[in-house]
Design a protein around this ligand. Structure first.
Ligand code: 5GP
Length: 188
């Protein structure tokens, strides 16, 4: 493979989406994987752009046909990375970003020896809760479940190659770009 896969994980609300959007703007050798999910679209989310929104049956069919590089259940829904687009982009020489939760991240890091794991941390747990509530997209129940999941996810941090604290988006983006560029340097 000409490119490298970067798995960016970290608790819901840490700001992975914003960081990834900025990374893509700043580096044209980067591509992002679009996941499939059984979750309902949030307001403003577009099928094929933010996610492929699929039914539980469609998701199961994709699992049975080995259509996913990894997949996981997260807060009552399924999420998975379609394998073929990732392989195509890597082959074309793009570095591919997978913005996924921790169980899936570990599957990718095990399956793809060249891949790198980046764990994005909130500056504090209180700040994470504030960000999740401020987003206004989740019910109280979902926020509580996401915070509980975050605590478990933090326990897996040692499986990752890098930790980056998302205190300020520009700072986190600069750090991650440094990581990506230094890995490219090693291979040239
Ligand atoms: P959300 O519902 O907030 O969009 O996503 C919930 C969690 O699922 C987030 O941590 C997000 O990174 C993760 N996620 C999104 N796509 C995938 C995927 O394809 N696989 C896995 N394992 N997690 C995903």
């Amino acid at each position: 493979m000409k490119g490298k896969a970067y798995v960016i994980a970290g608790p819901s609300g840490v700001g992975k989406g914003t960081v990834v959007k900025e990374l893509l703007k700043r580096d044209d050798k980067l591509s992002v994987s679009i996941s499939a999910t059984t979750r309902q679209p949030r307001e403003g989310e577009i099928d094929g752009v933010n996610y492929y929104f699929v039914s539980f049956d469609q998701f199961e069919e994709l699992v049975e046909n080995d259509g996913f590089l990894e997949h996981a259940c997260y807060v009552d829904n399924f999420y998975g990375t379609p394998v073929q687009p990732v392989m195509d982009k890597l082959e074309q020489g793009f570095d591919v970003i997978l913005e996924i939760e921790v169980q899936g991240a570990m599957q990718v890091l095990e399956k793809m020896p060249g891949s790198k794991g980046i764990f994005l941390l909130p500056p504090s747990f209180a700040e994470l809760e504030k960000r999740l509530r401020g987003r206004g997209t989740e019910s109280d129940d979902s926020i509580m479940q996401r915070l509980e999941t975050a605590a478990t996810e933090l326990g897996c941090i040692n499986m990752f190659d890098y930790y980056v604290v998302n205190d300020k988006v520009e700072h986190a983006v600069d750090t991650i770009l440094d990581i990506i560029v230094s890995n490219r340097g090693e291979e040239e």
